[in-house]
Structures are given as structure tokens and as C-alpha cells.
Ligand binder design. Structure first.
Ligand code: TRP
Ligand code: ZN
Length: 462
């Protein structure tokens, strides 16, 4: 007999009591409903670590209906009687853990799963969530839109910082990275593009399934799927790196020139940042007015066609090293993403006949954009401000301060070494400052950290 009752919260509490004294084996406690992110406290969940997401999605643009099955393989990091996943909206049809029906309940973005049998610390377990409905567009504290964004002829799923929970259940925090298989079935004639490599494509009964495989660890905020009519092209980058680009069919002509620059930009970034961290690269180019901003989704950043120009490509591709491969441990460490990606733009300009990074730094210091000094890069004032200019420009200025102190050779050793040392991992600001100090023990960085990284207001000297 299954216990697949959909619980109302009151009975859930009673059942929780009744089920704690269960049949032998381990006696776990519930995993926490967040991981104490200072900006998004409900994001992520405690008690387990995901290794792999296998998502099978079916979407029909007319009607905006999604049906999904998420098979999540995770390892328990404590004895667990229950655990949470993050999922916003949609209808959950069933949950099984290790093949057995599980109890579940929902409250806001928290999907609480109570497995039939408690899970023991160290155990690897598989959870299957079946769900359906019209996925939501979420509005962030800063007013930007993410989650599921219907486009002129399809949809795009985007997730920075928390929007992936609008289209699949997950441990929705950058500290838990995993590999992915994403299979999206759409009406024949549509394409569905995601991260990683296209493993398989097949058409049956008027619908086409696209199976994308992401082998290297990926944070949930970097997962994407774009559904529409795309001009899909393959080329290669340095060392034969597979590059797959998908350009909205109406934008193909206008995007040609920038598209052709991708291999050279990756080659330039490899010289500056070290080996490209993933097994494929590319871009997704959408119509202006679709999602409206670029995002560094893994392998294949998303660009609105009107922002698909060299500087933005340099920025989003630099994130593949800084953000996607070396991922922030929490949303407080956002400057490790944006400061580096912005600095990449400065360096690119310096190397291509434009002004030097030092000049860009000096111009910002002398300029009248006071917003840069609103708060220090390592301490955004609130979730509404994690992507403001102190994180981007002043974050990049921190890197220029390091370069001023150590000189070019050591500076490149530091930025390449950092990408290598934390490759496919996670890091926070303290990890970075400790890394810099270890790389160059002959210099004192304490003033830079104090004034530029953590200090309020505009530092007294450039
Ligand atoms: N990370 C993106 C970039 O720099 C910008 C961005 C898009 C963003 N959506 C966001 C930043 C949500 C923070 C939160 O290209
Ligand atoms: Zn960025």
C-alpha cells in the first residue's frame, strides 16, 4: 500500500510525529529548509548533496504547458527523516524516493519530502518528482525577471539567482553543483537548446526530443533551456573545442559577425585565464525583448540579439572560468563573478588597442558615477543590490589594485592559478584573499582588502 497522500500542513505535522517512531533502521531528522545564504535564506536545503539531475521536460509553447520528471540523485549528509527541494509554482503529481512513494507537502518554494524509509548519512538515494503546469516568471528583489520567460515563439528558462526553481525542483543554491541530463520534448519544428552537449535528438509522433548532457558540475542558477526556432550551428574553438550556437531564426543575419568572433575570444581568454573549463562552448541568441539581458548560463550563455556584441560576449564567456567553473559559495560572493567578468572586458580592451585597464580604473575613480561607492563589493547592502555597480565595477577595481601591487607576471599567475585551483568548485571572498596572500607572500594586501573590498565609501587613494 502506498502512502502517497497529498498532505495538508496540519495532518503533515501529526504524521511527522507518527512516523518518527518507525520500523527499525536509522532515525533521521529533517534536513534544513535553507542553507543560510545571507541574501536568499530560503535558497537551497540542508542534509544532502546532489550529484546528478536527470530532467525530462515536455513543453508546448501554445498553451505554455510543461510536464516534467526530475530524477535527482543525492547523497545524504546526515540521517534524514525528511528533506526539502526548492520548487516555485507548478503542480506536484507524485514523489518517490528509492522507488517508493513518498509523502510530500508544499509551503511557498519549499517542497518537503518525507521518504517511506529514513535515509542514513552517506547513503546515495534517488528521488523522482513528477510535476506539471504553467511555469512562472519570477521577479527578483531587484525587479528583474527570471525563471520561465515566454518569448515571441517559445520560452527560455533562466535562473540567476533563484529562477531555476520555476521549472525544476532542486537544491537551488550555488554551493551544491551537479551534473545534468536535460531532455526537452517540443512540437516538431521547434528546437530546444540547453547546456552541455547534444547527446541525442529524435522525432516521434510529431514531437522532437532534444537530450543535452552536462558532465562537468553546474550550479542550478546556470542551467538553461531555450525553446523556439533557432539557427543551430557547430564550429570548433581552440584544441578542437566543440562550439554550438543557437540563434533565433529572425536574428541570424544580424548576429553573424559577433558569432564568428567566439572562437577567437575563447582563445584570447585561454591565454589570460588558462584552459577553458568545460567540454563545449557556444551561445544562445534570442530576440530583443524576449528575456532582455545576457546571462552566463554554463557552456552556452544567453544573449538578447541587441546585446550580442563583443564586450558582452567577452564578459559572459569570462564567466565560464569565473562563476561557472569557480562558483561563489553564497550570493554574497557575487563580486568574484562580476568583478572578474568586468575586469575581463577591461583586459580585452587593453589588448585590442583600447585604453589600458589602469586607465579604465582611473577614469572610474575620477568619474562622477557615485553609485560605484554605495557599498563595498564583498558586502552588498541587500538582495536587491547583488548586481549593482559596486559588485561589477568596484569588484574589477579590486583586481586592478592587486595588479598594481604585484605587477603583471604575478597578477596573471594569480588569476590563472585561482581558476585552476578552484576549477569546477566553489569559493568565497576569504578563500580568494587567502589565495592571493599565499601566491605572493612578499606583499601586504591588508589595505586593499580593508579599503577596496570591505570598506565603506570611496577609498582615499586610487
Ligand atoms: N550575471 C549577469 C551578467 O553579468 C547579469 C544578471 C542577469 C544578473 N540576471 C541577474 C545578476 C540576476 C544578478 C542577478 O551578465
Ligand atoms: Zn556578469
Amino acid at each position: 500500500m502506498s502512502r502517497s497522500v497529498r498532505l495538508v500542513p496540519a495532518t503533515a505535522a501529526l504524521l511527522a510525529l507518527a512516523l518518527t517512531a518507525c520500523d527499525g533502521g536509522v532515525h533521521g531528522t529533517p534536513g534544513s529548509s535553507g542553507v543560510h545564504d545571507p541574501y536568499f535564506p530560503k535558497a537551497g536545503n540542508g542534509g544532502y548533496d546532489v550529484g546528478h539531475y536527470d530532467l525530462t521536460l515536455d513543453y508546448t509553447p501554445a498553451g505554455r504547458r510543461l510536464t516534467g520528471t526530475a530524477v535527482i540523485t543525492a547523497r545524504a549528509t546526515q540521517d534524514l527523516s525528511a528533506f526539502n527541494l526548492d520548487l516555485a509554482g507548478l503542480h506536484v503529481d507524485s514523489v518517490t524516493v528509492e522507488g517508493k512513494q513518498a509523502l510530500f507537502e508544499r509551503a511557498g518554494q519549499e517542497l518537503t519530502v518525507r521518504p517511506h524509509d529514513d535515509l542514513s548519512k552517506g547513503e546515495t538515494f534517488s528521488t523522482t518528482v513528477r510535476y506539471s503546469g504553467t511555469p512562472q516568471t519570477l521577479t527578483d528583489p531587484d525587479g528583474s525577471k527570471e525563471g520561465w520567460l515566454p518569448t515571441a515563439d517559445g520560452a527560455v528558462g533562466l535562473g540567476e539567482p533563484v529562477g531555476s526553481m520555476a521549472w525544476f525542483p532542486s537544491n537551488n543554491h550555488p554551493s551544491d553543483k551537479a551534473s545534468y541530463d536535460v531532455t526537452v520534448t517540443v512540437p516538431k519544428g521547434f528546437q530546444a537548446v540547453s547546456n552541455g552537449e547534444l547527446a541525442d535528438q529524435s522525432t516521434k509522433d510529431g514531437r522532437t526530443a532534444y537530450h543535452w548532457h552536462t558532465a562537468q558540475p553546474m550550479a542550478s542558477y546556470l542551467a538553461t533551456v531555450a525553446i523556439g526556432h533557432f539557427d543551430i550551428r557547430r564550429t570548433t574553438g581552440p584544441h578542437g573545442l566543440p562550439i554550438l550556437t543557437a540563434v533565433d531564426a529572425t536574428q541570424a543575419e544580424d548576429s553573424k559577425e559577433t558569432l564568428a568572433k567566439i572562437p577567437d575570444i575563447i582563445a584570447w581568454e585561454e591565454i589570460n585565464f588558462g584552459p577553458y573549463p568545460f567540454s563545449s562552448a557556444g551561445a544562445i541568441v534570442t530576440r530583443p525583448g524576449d528575456e532582455g539581458y545576457a546571462l552566463e548560463t554554463q557552456n552556452r550563455p544567453v544573449f538578447p540579439a541587441d546585446e550580442f556584441e563583443t564586450t558582452t560576449v567577452v564578459h559572459e564567456l569570462a564567466h565560464q572560468w569565473y562563476g561557472d567553473s569557480v562558483t561563489p559559495k553564497s550570493w554574497q560572493d557575487m563580486w568574484l563573478n562580476e568583478g572578474f567578468a568586468t575586469y575581463a572586458e577591461w583586459l580585452y580592451q587593453e589588448d585590442h588597442g583600447g585604453k589600458s585597464a589602469q586607465q579604465t580604473f582611473q577614469d572610474l575613480y575620477d568619474g562622477d558615477n557615485e553609485a560605484i561607492w554605495a557599498y563595498p563589493p564583498a558586502k552588498p547592502t541587500s538582495a536587491a543590490h547583488i548586481s549593482d555597480s559596486p559588485v561589477y565595477q568596484r569588484g574589477a577595481m579590486v583586481l586592478q589594485k592587486i595588479r598594481q601591487k604585484v605587477g603583471d607576471d604575478t597578477f596573471y599567475d594569480i588569476i590563472q592559478g585561482w581558476a585552476a585551483a578552484r576549477r569546477h568548485g566553489s569559493a568565497n571572498t576569504a578563500d580568494f584573499t587567502a589565495y592571493v596572500e599565499k601566491k605572493d607572500p612578499n606583499h601586504d594586501f591588508s589595505e586593499i582588502w580593508k579599503d577596496w573590498l570591505y570598506g565603506d565609501g570611496k577609498p582615499a587613494h586610487p
